[in-house]
Design a protein around this ligand. Structure first.
Ligand code: ATP
Ligand code: MG
Length: 421
């Protein structure tokens, strides 16, 4: 048995004022029913760092069915390990029963040859639950019974040292779940922490295990890495730790081309800016950017082989998407938008007539225009396209008409002149 360090209310900065009301309601009701009820994970970590948590996860010794009985607005999800989702309008508070199945406790039969966890559905108590968590700083609990913080792993010290340290033996923990390597990158980028030496070393050695992660899970991780407002830092770390190639193998090859790298960096910079300004973002833009180097290379290759341009483009888009989805899935609704973004790039060359006008009202104009401006900025397009299309959008429709149909305007002028004469 491990002894926890209990940090009493007076000695830490977590105030209930900063905890979501609905999460508090759930904690209190579980506690009043006689169960243990604690906040855990990112919520506690972020509060201790004076950050605003993304969500509040709750851990309890109540079994999922017992949680369901306490809350009418509760749904149990998951088959392998059941979680309770408690609905408050659009907000969901997630409640997980303490889980066993940590290193040393899992027998060989629960793991595959690579050491990955296959079964992880045994309920336990808090002392089991803590060891199956990934990093020490993610394994802190806030106990609603006395408002103390419970630290089993030396997490408070690591918070102070600003370091990410895997709980247990790093090699075993990465083998159990290789996605933890991506999580290390994500938290290092988000919190500005360093990765503890031992936890760092094995990333270089075990990165290849990411090849075995199902594409659907990698897709989710990619969004977390690149859509949380620190995509550029994540890219740098993924390159440093040689993990980028497992997420985007095709882009990985083209990143050696400095212009393409510049393009990706500008694309991510713009994504980060949008996230931080609270503007909407779409996975379609991210994936379109990551695969653009491949699409253009393939397109040029097919054109050289005498394929007509539009066919070459269609073909290149399909091949690039097909190759990517064996690594990270891309939902169809997004791959369709990616094709639109890519395809519309050609339409920016037509600066007059109805075609140009209709481009402005195309449902994917905005994303395609942003994409084009980034190509421009990275030097792939060496003309005034971005500037020209930016100016066009802020013009009145009369002014647009004049620019887009200069000949028609001069004809009308001639006609009026004739009439006057
Ligand atoms: P975020 O701010 O991104 O939500 P988080 O730490 O809350 O960060 P989650 O993915 O929400 O991350 O997971 C909640 C908690 O569950 C983590 O803090 C960690 O304790 C545990 N956890 C999640 N994924 C893993 C994993 N792959 N291996 C071990 N523990 C994990
Ligand atoms: Mg979380």
């Amino acid at each position: 048995m491990t002894v926890a360090t209990i940090i009493p209310r007076a000695e830490h900065c977590i105030s209930r004022d900063n905890i979501d009301d609905n999460a508090l309601k759930v904690l209190y009701r579980l506690h009043k029913a006689g169960f243990r009820a604690l906040l855990v994970g990112g919520g506690v970590r972020d509060l201790l760092m004076n950050h605003v948590p993304k969500d509040f996860d709750i851990a309890t010794d109540a079994h999922p069915e017992q949680v369901k009985k306490l809350f009418s607005n509760c749904r149990l999800i998951g088959r392998r390990f059941r979680l309770a989702h408690i609905f408050f309008g659009r907000e969901i508070v997630e409640v997980a029963t303490f889980r066993a199945g940590y290193e040393g406790q899992t027998s060989d039969s629960l793991q595959d040859d690579a050491g990955r966890i296959l079964r992880d559905n045994v309920y336990g108590d808090i002392e089991d639950d803590v060891w199956r968590r990934d990093f020490t700083i993610n394994a802190l609990y806030y106990d609603i019974a006395d408002f103390s913080v419970v630290d089993y792993t030396g997490a408070m010290e690591d918070l102070k040292k600003q370091q990410l340290k895997l709980i247990g033996d790093p090699e075993t923990r990465y083998r159990e779940d290789p996605v933890r390597m991506l999580r290390a990158i994500r938290f290092a980028a988000k919190l500005g922490f360093s990765i503890h030496q031992a936890s760092e070393k094995y990333i270089y050695e075990l990165g290849h295990l990411l090849r075995d992660i199902p594409p659907a899970r990698l897709y989710e991780e990619v969004l977390k890495l690149f859509h949380s407002g620190y995509a550029l830092t994540c890219l740098g770390l993924l390159q440093k730790y040689q993990l980028f190639q497992y997420l985007f193998p095709q882009a990985g090859e083209h990143l050696e081309d400095s212009q393409f790298e510049e393009f990706i960096r500008y694309a991510l910079e713009s994504t980060d800016a949008r996230v931080n300004e609270g503007k909407p973002i779409t996975p379609a833009f991210l994936f379109a950017a990551m695969l653009w180097g491949t699409v253009t290379k393939l397109r040029d290759q097919y054109v050289e082989e005498d394929m007509p341009l539009s066919l070459a483009m269609q073909h290149a888009m399909s091949i690039a998407i097909k190759a990517q989805v064996s690594h990270t899935s891309i939902p169809r609704r997004f791959s369709m938008v990616m094709r639109d973004i890519w395809h519309l790039q050609y339409r920016f060359n037509h600066r007059n007539g109805r075609r140009a006008k209709s481009l402005l009202t195309h449902p994917k104009f905005r994303a395609a225009y942003d994409f084009m401006c980034i190509r421009n900025k990275a030097g792939e397009l060496q003309d005034d396209s971005c500037e020209w299309w930016t100016r066009l959008q802020v013009m009145s429709s009369d002014q647009q008409e004049k620019i887009l149909n200069p000949s028609r305007n001069s004809q009308t002028k001639k006609k009026t002149l004739k009439k006057k004469i």
